[in-house]
Design a protein around this ligand. Sequence first.
Ligand code: SF4
Length: 298
Amino acid sequence: MKIIRAEHLGMCFGVKDAVALALETARREPLTILGDLVHNETVLAELRVEGIRIEQKPAAIGTQTVMITAHGASERRMDETRKLGLNVLEATCPLVRVAHRSLARLVREGFHPVIIGRRDHVEVRGMTEDLVEYEIVLDKEDVANLRERPRFGVMAQTTQPIDRVRRLVQMLRERFPQSEVRFIDTVCQPTKQRQNAAIELAKQSDVVMVVGGAHSNNTHELVKTCSRFCRRVYHVQTAADLREEWFCETDIVGITAGTSTPDAVIGEVEHWLREFAARMAVQSNQTRETYEQAFQVA
Ligand code: SF4
């Protein structure tokens, strides 16, 4: 069994910086994070061990300092939090800020905003909560349900696969040929790198392991992308989810991981696979030796 890693995988700089800021702040003062800092249970458990509170609603914030996650938040949400008299620490990723600014510019210039992303995702909520009118689309049915506007301004959630984004922009242009459609590419570079590397990995692999949190959007997108190029794709959160029956001795096993997956978790998955591969090789040699001995005896 051969084990290969995607060229780009795992935690992005935006998540790493947010985690570092949370840990550094928590060493000085009690800290609550509003929402899940990352969609990865291993990381959240490590933060809780350091005494950091993670709450989903402003009313539950139990410390003077509160952190906004890398996914960002709307101005309305930030104001509500500040009005509680709290110190607001922003860990918003700079690339999410770029997306917010792009959207604001489209609206200011008179375009009807269309966001390509998941309606229920915290980043998309942060982008749309300040808007009066907007559309969120994720597939061709959503585009088919739009009504005509003279000018559409399109941008995307930062972790959407760029090929899906381009496809939906093209569909929108074809559906409304009379409308002006301006598209700003807000998919972040780490997402593009991981998506492209996952495609290359899946093409070379017999089986692909995608390591990431159960609620991580970009991990789910990696699973979908790899599944287009490889028939055996498994999503695992940690090494504990791996199953021996998934692998054959001659397999090339590819590993990729979402932008919130810590290096240590990827390392544990790889370690498990290498140990299993070594055990299979020994077993196979023993079987071959036994067979050869039996053949000679006969
Ligand atoms: S996935 Fe992209 S936008 Fe999100 S935190 Fe990472 S670098 Fe920033």
